[in-house]
Write a protein that binds this ligand. Structure first.
Ligand code: GLN
Length: 514
């Protein structure tokens, strides 16, 4: 497959995944690689262009993340962003040092519209800056094409060699015309034609899966969530009845969810998936008894999952492949996507035990962001109702109960969450809020009910808006909705006497609680 491809080289910056998704939004496929990746390997991928990301280091310091001069001599267009820009200048003979004035936030940049990057960009445009160092002097052969009040080189180019260095972050939406600038790099400089389309991705993936699997047997871990549903249907289209889907009810699902999943994917639903439901609730509760530490809980749930699958696989006979609905943010947060730090391990990525009883794992959505997974789902003909389902983490309510998990606590959070979802839907907000759910805090406090003192749990309500789940902000729910929800929860859910609303964004919080 001769796909047009952009390589994003990761220097550890916080917006790197955004770079990748903006490129894909421009209909160009791209992949992220660590800066430690061998140059030969990058050459072999034959990219249309290379983008160097931001990063925390100072390029002039000993031991800083670096790249070879050769990278700029391949004849492949290179765009450096922030750290990437500084590094390009540093390596090619410019001068980078600590800036007299550090810039952070939205800053007005004046651009030279004769640059290919800026043809359709306003001369004065707001960009997102985040740097302590600056390019004091551009490298020989470069021309300055943007500046700010405090930053003499906000962008420089050597058009002849197709090298571009940008001090600000076009990938961040606060950079008002950032997407235009990236689009210009991809189309005007790299000469991309925009062949990355979801229908092509789905088609190619199905073909690739078919080739890989051959006559093998495939076992799919179906959770009923958007990701695993899309993965399962994709596999079903690729290999038909060689696929068996196992749905583990781990007792950490939302209220009635097990039955709902069975309705859609079971023998009476529209799909032909060889659906098997395993009721393993007690097994998970036993393993989780007394465990409080979030990472440990995630690992236990992940590992128990795999064990259950192994047992099912043995019942079916030899199974060659295991399918998982891992998506790109899971990979990145687990510290496997380039250089970013480990935030938390996802049960279907970092929590994998060393020994897995299958030949290979297939993760057809590993390169996709959430909204791209949804697009793929629609492309596959999965009903909208399912495609736009609330995201639900693999470890389920296990990580929405802070501290030890018990069946009683599961019941509490299930009931509270069901009320919350019901009221959100009743208020007509269910499609406009990115994600919302109830969690059970580990805090008990004093209340009064029916003239009696209570000492009960607090439920936390979370609602966030996000496009790609990499960053999010707390949603401003109408007060009357919160009021109604909290009223119903304390009245209808035993052992809850307080309801709190989580106002934090991501970062600094994560969307889930653990
Ligand atoms: N560490 C570099 C600086 O402080 C680059 C920062 C960045 O890439 N955001 O200037």
């Amino acid at each position: 497959m001769n796909q047009e491809k952009i390589i994003v080289i990761d220097f550890g910056g916080q917006y790197n995944q955004l770079v990748a998704r903006r490129v894909r939004e421009c209909s160009v496929y791209c992949e992220i690689y660590s800066y430690k990746t061998d140059l030969e390997q990058i050459k072999a991928m034959n990219p249309m262009g290379i983008i160097l990301t931001g990063g925390p280091d100072s390029c002039y310091e000993e031991g800083a993340a670096s790249c070879s001069k050769e990278l700029f001599e391949l004849g492949i267009p290179v765009l450096g962003l922030c750290y990437g820009a500084q590094l390009m200048m540093h390596v090619l003979g410019g001068h980078v040092c600590k800036a007299p004035v550090r810039e952070y936030g939205k800053i007005e940049v004046t651009v030279d519209k004769t640059s290919k990057l800026y043809g359709d960009v306003s001369e004065k445009t707001i960009c997102w800056m985040s740097h302590n160092d600056y390019i004091e002097k551009a490298a020989p052969g470069f021309r300055i094409v943007a500046h700010t009040a405090d930053c003499p080189v906000a962008a420089a180019e050597c058009a002849e060699k197709k090298l571009y260095a940008i001090q600000y972050h076009p990938e961040v939406l606060h950079t008002q015309e950032g997407t235009k600038m990236l689009h210009n790099f991809l189309y005007e400089v790299c000469g991309c034609s925009g062949t990355w389309k979801m229908d092509a991705f789905v088609e190619n993936s199905i073909r690739a899966i078919r080739e890989k699997v051959g006559n093998g047997k495939v076992l799919c871990a179906l959770s009923g969530g958007v990701d695993s549903s899309v993965a399962a249907v994709m596999l079903a289209k690729a290999v038909g009845d060689q696929l068996t889907c196992v749905f583990v009810d781990h007792g950490l699902l939302r209220k009635n969810e097990g039955d709902e999943v069975e309705e859609v994917f079971g023998p009476n639903g529209p799909y032909d998936l060889n659906f098997i439901r395993v009721n393993a609730q007690q097994r998970f509760y036993d393993k989780l008894a007394g465990v409080e530490e979030p990472e440990k809980k995630r690992k236990i749930i992940g590992e128990e999952f795999i064990r259950v699958f192994e047992e099912e696989a043995k019942k079916i006979g030899a199974v060659d492949f295991l399918v998982q609905g891992t998506i790109y943010p899971d990979v990145v947060e687990s510290g496997l996507g380039g250089e970013s730090a480990v935030i938390k391990s996802h049960h279907n990525v970092g929590g994998l035990p060393d020994y897995v009883d299958f030949k290979e794992i297939i993760e057809p959505l590993r390169d996709l962001f959430k909204d791209e997974v949804r697009k793929a789902g629609l492309e596959l003909g999965i009903p909208e109702k399912l495609v736009y389902r609330q995201p639900f983490p693999g470890p389920g309510l296990g990580i929405r109960i802070i501290g030890e998990v018990t069946p009683e606590k599961v019941k509490m959070v299930q009931e509270a969450d069901a009320i919350y979802r019901e009221e959100i839907a009743r208020a007509g907000l269910d499609r406009s809020i990115g994600q919302y759910f109830a969690a059970l805090t580990n805090m008990r406090s004093v209340g009064v009910m029916g003239d009696e003192r209570t000492y009960d749990y607090a439920i936390a309500l979370r609602a966030v808006n996000t496009i790609d789940f990499m960053t999010a902000e707390a949603a401003e729910l109408p007060w009357e909705v919160i009021g109604r929800v909290s009223n119903r929860i304390v009245n209808e859910v035993q052992h809850v006497n307080r309801v709190l609303y989580d106002c934090t964004g991501k970062p600094p919080a994560t969307i889930e609680f653990e």
